[in-house]
Design a protein around this ligand. Structure first.
Ligand SMILES: C[S@@+](CC[C@H](N)C(=O)[O-])C[C@H]1O[C@@H](n2cnc3c(N)ncnc32)[C@H](O)[C@@H]1O
Length: 361
């Protein structure tokens, strides 16, 4: 291992830290200026113009500038070239850490160790003894331990499904997830101390919730948009061929609305949905594909023709959302209420629409 800190990395890091806080006071500016991201991301992958992934390793041209820029960095790919781990965008990490409001003496649980960089920031701020993190990937945990030790940290890390928490080190005063969730896992609430704060990606937003009792929590979304890697589960593949064979219906909702103003609301109404788009050679949108973990699939063409298949008619849900949200809604108007048996997101006042999130992990 040879990723020493030198004048160039220290200067680049301080520049990034200054740019992130942009002149305002932040309790996290010292952590970003001190913890060497390059020791956690000795190699990352980026896509060239043809979409092929290329690795960039410590010491190569452009490496240092990119590691110390406000960029999310893909750090692991699976056999099909799909990213399976990344170091999140530093400005988003900062927003989440600030929202976490962790102060001296707080015990923090992190879901999704990845490179260990966010955990290094937490350990810098709160001390090794107060931070614990879990990742589902044993290889990543092995690497993260090396990165952390190289940077001078030694927090508790473990392999497992982070949605189950880590009971041996509970209770936690603060819980942060760097993995996308579809609901708040009950085990986390049961490992939280009274009044604990959770900051977790929920759908395409960031939820900040407070624990109000055993298995109970309530909170609002931050205004910050976010799209995190989803917690690894076994969702069904999209059924595009089966959808193509269905008779089309006419939709008045423009296909592109799903990629823009309805994207966040759809992530709450259709938990765990994925989407893709088809474009012509000139880059003009032709159609949008949409599917949920139960295999329900819809293809919406820009002409208005929609074909759907599977247990749910999921484009019908998009049409319902369109009736409510003619323009992009403010994220912080969405409120989450969690009880041991139900999780509900409601919009606006008490008469506004609401959606039930899944309760099973
Ligand atoms: C965006 S990365 C985490 C970034 C990390 N905090 C960092 O600073 O590098 C998401 C991570 O979540 C992990 N992950 C996915 N599903 C998980 C699960 N069910 N439990 C724990 N970790 C999970 C992935 O292996 C991946 O490393």
């Amino acid at each position: 291992m040879n990723w020493p800190d030198n004048g160039a990395s220290a200067a680049a890091r301080q520049q990034l830290a200054a740019a992130l806080v942009a002149g305002r006071p932040s309790e996290w500016s010292d952590a970003f200026a001190s913890v060497p991201r390059h020791m956690f991301v000795p190699r990352f992958y980026r896509q060239n113009a043809e979409g092929a992934w290329q690795s960039v390793t410590w010491g190569e041209p452009g490496y240092l500038e990119t590691v110390y820029s406000d960029a999310a960095l893909t750090t692991q790919l699976d056999d099909r070239g799909v990213p399976t781990s990344s170091s999140s965008q530093p400005s988003l990490m900062l927003s989440m850490l600030e929202a976490l409001d962790a102060t001296e003496g707080h015990r923090v649980f992190e879901l999704g160790t990845g490179t260990g960089y966010n955990l290094g920031l937490l350990a810098h701020q709160l001390g090794d003894a107060n931070v614990t993190s879990v990742d589902i990937d044993p290889g990543l945990i092995e690497d993260a331990v090396r990165h952390l030790q190289h940077a001078g940290f030694n927090p508790t890390v473990a392999v497992g499904d982070g949605a189950q928490g880590y009971p041996r080190r509970a209770p936690y005063d603060r819980i942060i997830s760097t993995v996308g969730l579809h609901m708040i896992p009950q085990p986390l609430l049961h490992q939280a101390s009274p009044g604990a704060v959770l900051v977790v990606p929920l759908g395409y937003g960031i939820m900040r919730a407070t624990v109000t009792g055993p298995g109970h929590a309530t909170g609002r979304f931050l205004t910050t948009p976010a799209h995190f890697m989803a917690r690894r589960t076994n969702g069904a593949a999209p059924q595009f061929e089966a959808a193509d064979q269905q008779s089309p219906t006419d939709s008045s909702v423009p296909a592109e609305a799903l990629l823009g103003r309805l994207k966040f609301a759809a992530s709450l109404a259709l938990p765990g949905y994925s989407s893709c788009s088809w474009r012509d050679e000139g880059g003009q949108l032709e159609a949008v594909g949409l599917w949920t973990p139960d295999g329900s699939t819809a293809i919406a063409h820009v002409s208005g023709a929609v074909r759907q298949t599977g247990p749910q008619q999921i484009w019908d849900t998009v049409e319902d959302l369109d009736k409510v949200f003619g323009s992009e809604p403010a994220r912080d108007e969405f409120v989450l209420t969690v009880t041991p048996t139900r999780q509900t997101v409601s919009y606006g006042d008490t008469d506004g629409p609401s959606w039930a999130l899944p309760t099973a992990l």
